[in-house]
Design a protein around this ligand. Sequence first.
Ligand code: HEC
Length: 277
Amino acid sequence: MTFRKSYLVLALVGGLALSLGAARADTSQSSAPEMQPQVARQSWSFAGPFGKFDPEQLQRGFKVYHDVCSACHSLNLVSFRDLADPTGPAFSEAQVKALAATYKIEDGPNDSGQMFQRPGRPSDHFPWTFPNPEAAKAALGAVPPDMSDLAKARTYPRPFPLFIFDAFTQYQEQGPDYIVALLNGFTRPDDPHWNLYFPGHKIAMPKPLTDGQVKYTDGSPETLAQYSRDVAAFLYWAAEPKLDERKEMGLRVIAFLLVFAALLYFTKRRIWEGVRH
Ligand code: HEC
């Protein structure tokens, strides 16, 4: 073995030992009581290259948002008519119209310069219950983040070597996993602001969901476990409404590239056929 080669082997072994040490340290930390435990992975209909949203789940998730979360959280970037998206919640046009009309939207100014309230239209965006973030903070102690991209804006650390596998498996659903964990993480009945998964454990949001709180019409279980998964799926759709299209386009591009590669290969063979090499 040359000097240079043994040097390389040494470096490799050293690196491996170091990273294993780091992994060990990481797991021992996460089992300590004050650290956040690992967030459990959920199985999502929309995960993986062939994943698609389940419209029934999104409709239930919307109901949870509508009945509970919308009391505090805005959904600025989503309009009522987005809910009719056939690859999303797939509500009918009539349902969207009826829903929009239940909201009061500020419009104006009218001819005399006054702002006025009118019933919502499908093209309006979801209004926020608070007039401004300061009002929300004064009432709740912290500003509830807008939910339009919340499911993509949150994640959780994964210890070595899991984050390396994640890069290869292209797992992208950490956001909704975290939301499910957070909603199930209010584990101290005496303190509604203590959360197992929130960094630092003290969260301004009091436990928002409990069993039986939201009525479902499709016979799905009315439990916290079900609500949290449904609302997390809905929020993922809100953050990434074009997911189905994006995945379909990706598959088409891969198929095209495969055919193209085969054509190039045979063309190359044909061109060099008679040439001695
Ligand atoms: C009573 C008002 C209220 C309700 C209802 C409410 N939230 Fe919150 N939420 C808040 C506040 C305030 C914060 C900011 C917490 C902080 O920064 O300490 C927050 C933060 C969050 C966060 C971000 C946590 C983080 O890691 O930063 C998520 C996710 C969330 N809420 C989800 C939900 C969901 C889902 C619902 C409906 C089931 C809901 N919330 C209902 C007030 C509320």
